[in-house]
Design a protein around this ligand. Structure first.
Ligand SMILES: NC(=O)c1ccc[n+]([C@@H]2O[C@H](COP(=O)([O-])OP(=O)(O)OC[C@H]3O[C@@H](n4cnc5c(N)ncnc54)[C@H](OP(=O)(O)O)[C@@H]3O)[C@@H](O)[C@H]2O)c1
Length: 276
């Protein structure tokens, strides 16, 4: 199978990918910035450093690269998300490696009255969404055969360590956090193992450009938080509803029918996974 290089191996999705890839027989090389990941052969790499990216990728001689590393906010977000993605894409192409680049549903402003398709033009409303839309364009230029996986809120589900989105719901239900969950913002929450399995499968699928890989159930932030709280043994009725502030996208549900037709991996809806 050869070597798989995963950027962001210390991250939520990256760690899941490394575990699954190793179990599937890949020689996995992970990269991290500040947190050394356990259970994977890992190298420190700042994706903003083009020379370092070129050297790590060339040294690993990967058959495939999955680029998950990113920053959601802060001054460094554009340099990490846009320049970093371009550096990884350029190095992957130079190495002759398949590239799966991770993107997000919030490259869209949403609210088209139907789930968003791959051929809808990105129209981000947030600074984060804008960096990820620019990253997609940069990756497309540097590595035209790359697949750009757009996913949505990632969670693990019952019996497993809480993701940040699950943690928020559980702490709010316990009264430890004062949060209002938006009942007017729709996303397609996705189980992290399903997304990781789909990404590994995509390495060998002949597809390029954007691909929507997210959960089957469109849910408001409130509906998802209630499902997550209940799945982790908390009372969902304790969660408070609120409206999203101006400047946030509304309905960003993704139409994942193309991925469903291409992949054996089933992208389950949160109701099925969380038992709602
Ligand atoms: N989580 C979600 O709900 C969600 C939803 C939609 C799309 N996505 C997409 O999925 C991908 C993975 O998200 P995630 O939640 O798994 O990420 P995460 O847990 O926040 O991890 C981010 C990773 O990026 C690394 N990183 C940050 N700055 C870096 C830099 N300058 N150079 C190299 N590495 C750097 C971090 O390294 P250290 O921790 O070692 O510093 C960490 O491994 C992202 O591309 C994101 O856009 C995620």
């Amino acid at each position: 199978m050869g070597t798989l290089l995963v950027t962001g191996a210390s991250g939520f999705l990256g760690a899941e990918l490394c575990l699954r890839a190793a179990a599937a027989g890949w020689d996995v090389v992970g990269t991290y910035l500040t947190r050394t990941p356990g259970r994977v052969d890992a190298t420190r790499l700042d994706v903003r450093d083009a020379g370092a990216v070129a050297s790590v990728v060339a040294g690993a001689r990967p058959a495939a690269v999955v680029h998950t590393a990113y920053r959601q906010e802060g001054d460094a977000a554009a340099a990490v998300n846009v320049d970093g993605a371009a550096h990884v894409a350029s190095a992957a192409r130079a190495a002759g490696a398949r590239l799966v680049h991770l993107s997000t549903d919030v490259v869209f402003g949403g609210d088209r009255g139907r789930p968003l398709r791959e051929d809808d033009p990105p129209d981000p409303m947030t600074a984060y969404g804008e960096t990820k839309a620019r990253a997609e364009a940069a990756v497309g230029r540097e590595h035209p055969d790359a697949v750009l996986v757009r996913t949505s809120l990632l969670y693990r589900g019952p019996g497993r360590e809480l993701s940040k989105h699950e943690q928020l719901a559980v702490e709010a239900a316990r009264g430890e956090r004062d949060v209002r969950f938006f009942d007017d913002e729709v996303r397609s929450p996705a189980q992290v193992g399903d997304v990781a399995a789909a990404i590994l499968e995509l390495i060998d699928v002949d597809v390029r450009g954007p691909l929507h890989v997210a959960g089957a159930d469109p849910l408001t932030r409130l509906e998802f938080a209630r499902l997550a709280a209940a799945a982790h043994g908390e009372d969902p009725a304790r969660l408070a509803a609120g409206s999203r502030p101006a400047g946030r996208p509304g309905d960003c549900a993704l139409d994942c029918s193309r991925a469903a037709a291409l992949l054996r991996t089933r992208l389950r809806g949160a109701r099925e996974v969380l038992g709602g």
